[in-house]
Design a binder for this molecule. Structure first.
Ligand code: T46
Length: 146
């Protein structure tokens, strides 16, 4: 089994005209490469707060800051770290699988919309960083031995 972990910045096409902008997202398309089973959004965030601090075992998600701005920090199983500022509704981040993530630096008006490939399941979360590193090490070793 390959390590299922991917972080990719996406840019959605906008249908703009004199009236303003419109973005349309369809499941199982280039924009959203999975069936969307759940949608949730984070808003009214307390200033200075850091959310996330977990990884998922299998879940695929697309994060879009449809109002305001926030920053997403990611760490993949190989230890690579990245930061992604989402500050316009056409920018998004695909996070697939075993990726440790934090959401931070929310602007007061931030609304972070998330499209998810699965229903909510606490069993899919790894909420402890040491456990994430253990799972990452095992996944990396499996990849090398295949
Ligand atoms: C993720 C990042 C980007 C539910 O009951 N249903 C849901 O679908 C979700 C997402 C959460 N909850 C409950 C579970 C907790 O009692 O809402 C509470 C807050 O969830 P959590 O602390 O996990 O929220 P964040 O902002 O740290 O993380 C969320 C998602 O949980 C997570 O999957 O990748 O946003």
């Amino acid at each position: 089994m390959a390590v299922q972990a991917r972080v990719e910045e996406l840019r959605f096409p906008m249908h703009g005209d004199a009236r303003g902008q419109l973005i349309a997202l369809e499941a199982m398309s280039d924009a959203v490469p999975f069936e969307v089973k759940r949608v949730y959004y984070i808003f009214d965030t307390t200033p200075g707060t850091i959310r996330g601090n977990h990884a998922h075992k299998d879940l695929r998600q697309i994060l879009i800051c449809i109002s305001g701005a926030c920053t997403i920090s990611c760490e993949t199983p190989d230890g690579a770290q990245s930061e992604h500022r989402l500050d316009w509704p056409d920018r998004a981040l695909l996070i697939d699988g075993l990726v440790w993530r934090q959401m931070k630096d929310f602007s007061k008006d931030a609304v972070l919309l998330v499209l998810a490939s699965g229903h909510y399941s606490e069993d899919d979360y790894i909420r402890d960083y040491a456990s994430f590193r253990d799972a990452a090490r095992i996944a990396m070793q499996q990849e090398v031995s295949e």
